[in-house]
Design a protein around this ligand. Sequence first.
Ligand SMILES: C[S@@+](CC[C@H](N)C(=O)[O-])C[C@H]1O[C@@H](n2cnc3c(N)ncnc32)[C@H](O)[C@@H]1O
Ligand SMILES: [Zn+2]
Length: 325
Amino acid sequence: MTHHSSYCCPELDCAHAPLKRETNGLACPNGHRFAFAPGTDVPVFASEPEGANEYAQANAAEVHDNALRWVFATFQTDEQRLRERLVARIGLRRGDRVLVTGAGAGNDLPYLVRALVGQGDIYAQDIAKEMLLAGVSRYQAEFATSGVGLHFSASDASHLPFADGFFDAAYHFGGINLFPDIPMGIAEMNRVVKPGGNIVVGDEGLAPWMVDTELGRMLVTNNALYACSAPLSALPPTARAVKLSWELSNCFYVIEFQASTEPLPVDIDVPHVGKRGGTIRSRYFGRMEGVDPALRDRIYQEAEKRGMSRVAFLESALRASLDKE
Ligand SMILES: C[S@@+](CC[C@H](N)C(=O)[O-])C[C@H]1O[C@@H](n2cnc3c(N)ncnc32)[C@H](O)[C@@H]1O
Ligand SMILES: [Zn+2]
């Protein structure tokens, strides 16, 4: 017997079709197959080739732990309290379903589990199998009886294997500067979180007033990632309630926003009162060729004499002249 998994096909032509569970992996109605990592039920949708970078190597999780110790010692911050504070910003409630992208070895999972107070689901994804599987062995057994379901998958954060609006919230810390396509990584979180759900994204990046200080220059020399700036221009144009702040001595940015796919409420047809007149729409879509400047000045004078806006007078003059023919 086959049954549906919660995962969907991330291939572009499959429109996130639900996948069915088979013995050794997941299968798509169009024939795509995604095997489980050996000895686990962790589906692999995409993964970094072994040795491609510091995360895709045998001892990646230990190397990463060591780098984290350096960060928290350098910025004199308690890791537990920082992660607790960041996780609190997504405002999870008991029973929620939350996505963690670039989850690495799962360092945020204990805080997310606690925030769900005994009921809910966490989907942790990372593109480096070595990191992700370290997370599986560190946390899957530990939280097996927590009441919170832990679901790991290896995939690219820019092509997530989930249906639209599947999650209540999404969280990311520490990897997005290196995503090959940051706007796509954020767009995917926005797509899979239901409208109004919270998204939190943070990574290395000096606050602008730190960039031109000696400490700022030292940090960037030490690690070029500190030169990254918060990728605000990568947010979807529909993002709501956007907040930007910094943690770890103003050296890591944190962006918070609410998911939405609805355009923002802007009426582009509200007429301007005053000399010029027109609307946002007419000023943008109604622009025409340049005319003799002397004629333009006469048009402006005539509009003023008649107590009309320039746009109203021009529109009436042009209409009248066309109707005459
Ligand atoms: C510095 S680690 C942070 C891990 C964890 N979030 C933490 O706070 O400890 C960054 C992670 O981002 C992952 N990553 C990089 N590019 C990715 C992508 N395109 N999709 C998913 N994960 C990615 C890396 O494999 C790595 O495990
Ligand atoms: Zn498919």
